[in-house]
Each structure stands twice: as structure tokens, then as C-alpha cells.
Design a protein. Structure first.
Length: 248
């Protein structure tokens, strides 16, 4: 979402919309054409496009994406996945398969994300608050806690599995057993910052294909540290990967 916001900011900021098509029944009559795109920002996994008096708020969930195309504003967009069309004179932004799409009052748009913890990639990043929230329930499973956006905003399932490996703990182990919370929070922050501008993320420090990650997506392959086959559990709300030797 951080990269999507950067792409949309570069394409639309300071430009006047000539077309606004929100393909959600509740907001189908909203037309922001004629207004300038003032700002595009991300907050955790949420994105806000501030246009005149309104803010177009979206969340990708698992399948969504924002795509910028060099397309004439009035070119028909017939793709059934498109939920939003925002066009300026020389570029069009398409929101496809967006899990959440709504148009908010710009003056109160941040209320939609007031429940989130400190944003790992935001200007308001606060490691002390994140560490406090991380250990507020010490018996809670580590992976579940890392994925809770109220603790800190931005950790997805890939980073969650990789962080569990890096601290040497099973995803199901209690968060209170994960060691120094400040160190874990700092590690999460470092991983996301290192990858915020990369289309191909890496947690190992090696960006060559097939070498980018420690455990995620490596079911049955040898652990990069000890050679033990990586285990995999597809059950539950999120898929888990771990090394049964390196993680306790």
C-alpha cells in the first residue's frame, strides 16, 4: 500500500480530475470531477486519496490493487474488477477488486483508521507504543499479535512468518516468550523500511530469485540455516511456515 500510494501520488497529485467513477452502489452518484487531487497517503494497509472536500478511502484486502495507466479519460473501462476510475488529462488510476472502497468527508477521514497502532512506515511511527501494545497480552500467540493492526500497522502474513523465524519462536508460541519487545518492534520496522520501495521483497538480504525469504512459501524446502525441512500449516485464518529446529 505504501508503494501504491507513492505511485498514485506521482500520477495524480496536483491534477484536476476530469472523470470520477465509483462503482460501489452507495457511492455511485459521487462525482469529484473538477476537483484537484491534493494528497495521497497510506496508513498501515489503508489508502486515502484526498480530492476537494472528499477522501476516497480503500483497503486492498487480499486481491485488490491500484493500477496507473496512460489512458484517455473517456476510454471505456469494461473490466468487471474495476471499482474506481479516477482520471486526469493524461493518466487514469484504476482500483481493482478493492476489499474496501468508500468516499469520506475529508475533514474526518482519519477516523476510519483511528483504531490502528503506530504505522511502521508512517511519520508518526512510535516504537515505544508499539512495544507496549505488543506485550499487553503476553499469553497471546505471537503470529496473531503481530498481525493485529491495532498493535502496529503494516505487518502482513509474509513479514509475520519471517519475523517469527528471525526471533526463533514458533508462530503459536506466546508473544511474551519472544524476547525483548523493543528489539522485535525495531526488527519489524527495519524489514518494512528496507522493502518499502521494492516490488520484490526480501528478508534474507539476498534479492536473487528464490533466495529472498527465510520460511514463507518454502514448504518442504531445507531451512537456510540448519537444513531441516520447512513445515507448513494451512489451517486457521492465516497460513503458517516455520522451521521446527530453529524455532522453539
Amino acid at each position: 500500500m505504501f508503494r501504491a500510494a507513492a505511485a498514485l501520488r506521482g500520477a495524480l497529485s496536483g491534477k484536476t480530475l476530469v472523470r470520477c467513477d465509483i462503482r460501489v452502489p452507495k457511492y455511485a452518484t459521487v462525482d469529484l470531477a473538477g476537483h484537484v487531487v491534493d494528497e495521497v497517503l497510506s496508513r498501515g494497509k489503508h489508502l486515502f486519496i484526498r480530492i476537494g472536500p472528499a477522501s476516497v478511502h480503500s483497503h486492498l484486502k487480499m486481491e485488490g490493487e491500484w493500477r496507473v495507466v496512460a489512458q484517455k479519460p473517456r476510454t471505456p473501462v469494461r473490466d468487471y474488477r474495476v471499482r474506481a476510475v479516477l482520471a486526469a488529462a493524461d493518466v487514469t488510476a484504476l482500483g481493482l477488486d478493492l476489499g474496501v472502497l468508500e468516499v469520506l468527508d475529508r475533514a474526518r477521514d482519519m477516523a476510519a483508521v483511528s483504531h490502528l497502532g503506530p504505522d511502521l512506515l508512517g511519520p508518526d511511527w512510535d516504537p515505544e507504543t508499539a512495544a507496549e501494545r505488543l506485550t499487553a497480552q503476553p499469553d497471546r500467540p505471537l503470529a496473531e499479535t503481530l498481525l493485529d493492526q491495532r498493535v502496529m500497522a503494516g505487518v502482513g502474513n509474509v513479514y509475520c512468518n519471517e519475523l517469527c523465524f528471525l526471533v526463533g519462536r514458533l508462530p503459536t508460541s506466546p508473544v511474551g516468550a519472544a524476547g525483548d519487545p523493543a528489539r522485535l518492534v525495531a526488527r519489524a520496522h527495519a524489514l518494512l523500511r528496507a522493502n518499502r520501495d521494492r516490488a520484490r521483497r526480501t528478508t534474507t538480504g539476498d534479492s536473487r530469485p528464490g533466495r529472498e525469504l527465510w520460511v514463507y512459501g518454502r514448504r518442504g524446502l531445507p531451512c537456510r540455516r540448519c537444513g531441516t525441512p520447512i513445515r507448513y500449516d494451512p489451517d486457521g485464518p492465516r497460513v503458517r511456515y516455520w522451521c521446527p529446529f530453529c524455532q522453539r
